[in-house]
Design a protein. Structure first.
Length: 264
């Protein structure tokens, strides 16, 4: 749940001003697309080398489509993926306060059709980008975005991997046998009050009952938003139980890359 930094990284700022900008071996492009009449803004990053490349959808935290999501897309592009940081809220909708972020995320969580429709719109856009994208994308989400990734997988969308980083694991629509095509990953911290042990246990029981291939990784004494270096500032400003953990960030990222390489 960490907020966007006050100033965008120079590379991200230049990419927004110069679509198609090359950044150290990758190409980036800001794009607009639509869902049900709403304009959405996405950010595509992919290797300069000719494709097609395996595709990954990156789903933002509850703050909205921000620099952190774009940075993750660029990291994936440097690993050989066509990564699309999608937009679940709408162009220009970014939260600077937890109450606003909660409102934005709550609107999507309360309307599963809207959630899946927004995800599908990005999915379809990415699959249609035939210059760089291969079939059967994966989904990687952070906080709120992790919940979206798992719900898309539960809904039976054609995904290779669906990974949740410190995302909620509960659902009103549990996975059903022979419906989930993706391998599911969950990375959480044991000190995260937003994802208690009973929620993790329930998720494991759900996946086992549905026969889904899954992995749950728990990092001891790690708080919510452990992947985002901005979390410590948010903890101080808003007195929230969040915090960055470099070891957990590194280890969870390497685990994700290993599974992506194995499955794509």
């Amino acid at each position: 749940m960490s907020a966007r930094p006050a100033f965008a990284p120079l590379a991200v700022l230049l990419a927004s001003l110069l679509p198609g900008l090359a950044l150290a071996g990758i190409q980036t492009e800001e794009v607009t697309y639509e869902h049900d009449g709403a304009e959405l803004t996405g950010y595509l990053a992919y290797p300069e080398a000719g494709g097609p490349h395996p595709a990954v959808l990156v789903i933002h935290e509850w703050w909205g489509h921000n620099d952190y999501a774009r940075d993750r897309a660029e990291q994936l592009a440097r690993e050989g993926y066509a990564a699309f940081a999608l937009d679940m809220y709408g162009s220009g909708k970014l939260a600077g306060h937890p109450s606003t972020a909660g409102d934005f995320a709550g609107e999507i969580r309360a309307n599963r059709d809207l959630m899946l429709g927004r995800f599908q719109a990005a999915y379809d856009w990415l699959r249609a980008h035939d210059a760089s994208v291969d079939a059967a994308p994966s989904a990687v989400g952070y906080c709120f975005g992790g919940t979206v990734a798992l719900e898309a997988a539960r809904a039976g969308m054609d995904l290779t991997v669906a990974a949740s980083f410190h995302g909620a694991l509960g659902t009103d629509h549990p996975a059903e046998a022979d419906q989930v095509t993706a391998e599911l990953l969950s990375f959480t911290g044991t000190a995260d009050p937003m994802i208690p042990p009973e929620q993790i246990a329930g998720f494991q029981e759900e996946m086992q009952a549905a026969g889904v291939r899954y992995t749950v990784v728990e990092f001891s004494d790690v708080l919510h938003s452990f992947t985002n270096p901005g979390a410590d500032a948010i903890a101080e400003e808003f007195n929230m139980p969040v915090g960055y953990d470099a070891r957990a960030d590194h280890d969870s990222w390497q685990h994700l890359l290993s599974v992506l390489r194995d499955r794509h």
